[in-house]
Design a protein around this ligand. Structure first.
Ligand SMILES: O=C(O)CCC(=O)C(=O)O
Ligand SMILES: [Fe+2]
Length: 317
């Protein structure tokens, strides 16, 4: 595991004269890694930490809210879940998980936890701010692919934002199992933005095939290329494979925001990226296809690239 190679992109000049070089850095990071950290964004620290605090308070609480939202039905727009595993003959919680849809906010917020009392306000502010950032980053990504910054912009207005909150309790066993925490996977989004309370997220470097621990830089956010961006880019940008392992010395909380088109909107390879030398590499699909795949395969998250692999068009020899 190495510490140093995660690209950090300062986006403070994205709307100014430095746009061209920032867009090209973002393109390079998506092409070579599939992930990068964003520094100097404009989301206030109070918004980021306010959301982390209410997420922790929700996971720590003993309220019947958790019970009410508890479900194994992955289609539910709001659900709480606990992922358990046997460790040395004892059942251990490896992760608490709360998922809720977030855009448009007024459609979903009344279904979110009502306790702690500030949950909806703080998480609502976070979700709106993070979505604005995601749209800016997406514009830059589309520009870096030569598709123009407005590519898919209208569809994103009706797009889906799914927030996935994770709480990883302390685990005193040093090595319960390789997947204890969050097993390696890639995300079912166009892009994902992760905020973490402490280090733990590890990214698979596609070239060296080594795991890189994402450094915990103050208020920085991590962007992942998701499965649907891999499709849109015709494989130029590869989905980020990542995991969270155990060996932590404190409880860890993370907030993931997954940004996609609406549930029935087909995502396909951008026409401009299909050429004689680079034929179409992926079938089109939508988010509902993914959810169906997930429920048939009965896993909460899939191993690595299980879903995206089903979309790949095999090259004729
Ligand atoms: O806990 C984390 O940092 C990662 C969460 C994650 O990968 C996900 O929600 O898809
Ligand atoms: Fe993920």
């Amino acid at each position: 595991m190495s510490l140093s190679a995660v690209p950090v992109i300062d986006i403070s000049g994205l709307q100014g004269v430095s746009r061209f070089s920032i867009v090209s850095d973002i393109g390079k990071a998506c092409r070579e890694k599939g992930y990068f950290q964003v520094a100097n964004h404009t989301i206030p620290s109070s918004t980021l930490h306010g959301a982390l605090n209410v997420a922790s308070a929700f996971f720590d609480s003993e309220t019947d809210e958790k019970q009410k939202l508890m479900s194994d039905d992955i289609i539910k727009p709001v659900r709480f879940h606990m992922i358990k595993e046997m460790v040395m003959g004892e059942e251990k919680i490896q992760r608490f998980f709360l998922k809720h849809y977030a855009h448009p906010l007024e459609e979903w917020i009344h279904m979110w936890p009502s306790k702690p009392l500030e949950y909806r306000k703080k998480m609502g502010t976070y979700s709106v701010e993070i979505r604005q950032l995601a749209l800016q980053v997406m514009e830059a990504i589309m520009e870096s692919l030569g598709l123009g910054r407005g590519y898919l912009k209208n569809q994103m207005d009706d797009g889906l934002q799914v927030m996935a909150l994770h709480g990883y309790p302390l685990c005193e066993h040093t090595n319960p199992s390789p997947s204890f925490g969050f097993a390696p996977h890639s995300d079912y989004s166009i892009i994902t933005i992760v905020f973490q309370s402490s280090p733990g997220l590890e990214e698979l470097d596609p070239e060296t095939k080594t795991w890189e621990l994402l450094p915990h830089r103050y208020d920085s956010l991590c962007v992942h290329v998701g499965n649907y961006l891999e499709v849109i880019s015709n494989g130029l940008y590869k989905s980020a494979v990542h995991k969270v392992s155990t060996n932590r010395d404190s409880t860890r909380v993370s907030i993931t925001s997954l940004h996609s088109l609406s549930i029935d909107e087909q995502v396909c390879v951008a026409d401009k990226l299909v050429t004689e030398c680079t034929p179409k590499g992926y079938k089109e699909s939508n988010l509902r296809d993914f959810l169906r795949f997930l429920s048939i395969n009965a896993g909460q998250y899939l191993q690595c690239n299980a879903y995206i692999d089903t979309l790949k068009i095999k090259k004729a020899d």
